[in-house]
Design a protein around this ligand. Structure first.
Ligand SMILES: Cc1ncc(COP(=O)(O)O)c(C=O)c1O
Ligand SMILES: N[C@@H](CCCC[NH3+])C(=O)O
Length: 418
């Protein structure tokens, strides 16, 4: 099956749903992120179907792509949100998210962010250290409230993914060492304004195997049994996000297999299962549309210099991540081995190496699998305004973020008075 069923060639022209991508480039310019509404909805439904009648909550990891239109679409489908900052909280609420479906993760929550989230009455704080628990307890007391908490434990499981996005090993900064968690859960007398309602972990991102999820789940379940033997009532188990997507031809478990494996770790225990998928919900629902500015042949190499760069999509530069790059108009004839690079002044500014393409200046290209950690990790490096974002829905294209202007980019800055 195609990795991108909603981005397909029709008569050798790549389309997003029913719309030729060249039409989008003409109307909105490039670089431009293009998302498919049908792709996002279909993947969310796959999660829903996999859980069937279970008690579950899908909390989309907002960091993967935080555009309000995407959050609003997911909220309308019934999805909850996993947030990691006050900014993400504001976005989730503004997009119509239900506070009782919001979990708050992250190692460095600040006092103001805790206040905002308590005032919003979110479902749960995923607390990652004793210091954070103490601060949350104090703030909740001052607000005359009780904070609902899951401890995010670090189960010391190797996610077997890129080291920068592996989070569940004991040397990582994330979570409370699992062997310390029981003691904290049983210290309810010290934390009078905390109510423990869940148990949480997140072991990493772009996992391509189920085994690490199962190992983590089993370690958490064993802790949960011990907590129950002390009569501590836990309502939900949150196993984080992390399911990978196919960037090229990786062998991957399906969403159904993933959910089945997680449910199995629960055994007969009646407990709500929470998951925090980011990439698997949105990654293959988006692409980055870019135009070739120049073709440059040197004695060593063939370069296609395009108008998107590492500031728009930093995954290739940061992780040497592979994204498929497809021509918008297929052209017959011989191809050349191209380095697809951006205009930024860094040798590490590339979108793809050694791609066999038949290209001319002016040609449009699609950098695939760019829906997750694309726009949300973009920057203004080299004073490049941020790209536009559009959402395709059948034959209609909605602008969901206007291209940033140079004036908007520099407006917050000020020159010293002389
Ligand atoms: C706490 C937490 N939950 C969920 C996610 C989402 O991960 P992914 O996009 O791999 O599903 C992340 C990012 O890795 C995370 O840090
Ligand atoms: N930014 C990473 C994923 C990080 C996940 C966040 N915890 C990526 O692009 O693959």
């Amino acid at each position: 099956m195609s990795n991108f069923p909603h981005f397909e060639y029709k008569q050798d022209i790549l389309h997003a749903e029913q719309v030729p991508l060249e039409t989008i480039a003409q109307k909105f310019g490039t670089p431009c992120y293009v998302y498919s509404r049908a792709a996002i909805s279909a993947t969310y439904h796959e999660f829903q179907q996999a859980f069937a009648d279970d008690d579950y909550l899908v909390c989309y990891a907002v960091k993967a792509n935080s555009n309000l239109a995407i959050l609003n679409l997911l909220a309308k489908l019934g999805c909850g949100f996993d947030i990691v900052s006050g900014g993400e909280l504001q976005r989730a609420l503004k997009a119509g998210g239900d506070p009782q479906k919001i979990v708050f993760s992250g190692v460095g929550k600040l006092a103001d962010e805790m206040r905002m989230a308590l005032a919003a009455n979110i479902l749960c704080f995923n607390v990652e250290s004793i210091g954070e628990l103490q601060l949350l307890n104090q703030i909740a007391a001052a607000m005359n409230m009780t904070a609902p908490v899951s401890l995010r434990v670090n189960p010391d499981v190797d996610a077997r993914t890129h080291p920068y996005i592996s989070t569940g090993l004991k040397e990582n900064k994330f979570g409370i060492p699992i062997e310390e968690a029981e003691h904290i859960y049983l210290s309810t007398d010290i934390f009078s304004n905390i109510r423990f309602i869940g148990l949480d972990c997140h072991i990493g991102s772009q996992l391509t195997e189920l085994d690490p999820f199962v190992q983590a789940g089993e370690r958490l379940m064993s802790l949960l049994h011990r907590l129950q033997s002390h009569n501590l009532k836990i309502n939900h188990l949150d196993l984080g996000g992390g399911l990978g997507i196919r960037y090229t031809n990786e062998a991957l478990p399906s969403i159904q297999d993933y959910v089945t494996a997680l449910r199995k770790t629960l055994g007969p225990m009646k407990l709500r299962l929470v998951i925090e998928p980011g990439r698997s919900l949105i990654g293959n629902a988006g692409l980055l549309l870019t135009r070739t500015a120049y073709i440059k042949h040197t004695p060593e190499r063939h370069f296609a210099i395009v108008d998107a760069a590492m500031n728009d999509l930093m995954r290739p530069s940061l992780y040497k991540a592979y994204h498929q790059i497809l021509p918008i108009n297929k052209r017959s004839g011989g191809s050349c081995n191209y380095q697809i690079v951006g205009p930024v002044c860094e040798t590490g500014d590339f979108l793809g190496h050694d791609r066999k393409l038949n290209l001319e200046a002016g040609d449009l290209l699609a950098v695939m699998s760019a829906g997750a950690y694309g726009m949300s990790m973009s920057s203004n490096y080299n004073s490049r305004p941020r790209a536009a974002e559009v959402m395709v829905d059948g034959q209609t294209v909605h602008l969901i973020r206007a291209r940033e202007t140079i004036d908007q980019m520099i407006a917050p800055e000020a020159i010293l008075p002389s």
